[in-house]
Design a protein. Sequence first.
Length: 312
Amino acid sequence: MLKWVPENTNINFIGMRWGAFILSSILLISALGLLFSKGLNFGIDFTGGTLIEVRVEEQAPNLSALRGDLNKLELGSISIQEFGQPNDFLIRLPEQEGGSTAQNQAIDKVKALMTENFGEEVDYRRVEFVGPQVGEELKKKGLYAVLFSMLGMLAYIWFRFEWQFSVAAIIALLHDAIATIGLFALTQMEFNLSTVAAILMIAGYSINDTVVVFDRIRENLRKFKKMPVFDVLNMSVNQTLARTLMTSITTLLALVALWFFGGEVIRGFVNALIFGILIGTYSSIFVASPVLTFLNIRHTRISHAVESPETP
């Protein structure tokens, strides 16, 4: 047990449900608004084109001037951004008409410009090419992966518990996924396949935490049949609170270490996981369990409860 979390906490989490619902509504509306207004900064995985990671040995380049030089090449809408260290940057080339031959010629033009500006001491750390058809296919499959994972979890919770628990769990999962996507819309961090993997990992983490709370709720519903449902839910969340916080904190410690030492390539992936762990912990306590108060959970669980001696 965490020493700073008493073993017999009695926090009225369910009593805070309206404040939590208002906060979550503001968060989700903001996330959806950002998604439709600003959109996501899709990476090469989804848009197609070429990604070139460059390191120059000289001092940090003037990205504005370099962007102007690249645009003079007339290769389409080229984007450039700092990547990690001041002398590291990413260049994104759009898909060129004419297939791979035209794309290779565009890459050669960019490399020639880099040599002209920075000499021969230019390190091309990676060059990635994704065709537009592959990008569209990956976008579809990424969406399918998220949707089918949600449906699979819905079916599992329905089978393992009851439909009320399943609905509450999916609401919490959608809450976490939309909030995480909203973070990427707000910050315009690159949204790529690793981000989709992070969202799936967040869903798995969140549902695991939620199932632990739900299992305790079901156990207490069978055990304390005359106790008001609000009290049962509060007691269950409080009983699992130390476990929830300990799991979240230990996971965050590993992610923070990965954020500092993992490098810029996986920074977006780690950012999504850190935010997802925080929002998933919040939803397990303040969203999933309180939603059950609107789903007549007491009546259903009593009718399916195993008959046992009354517990005072």
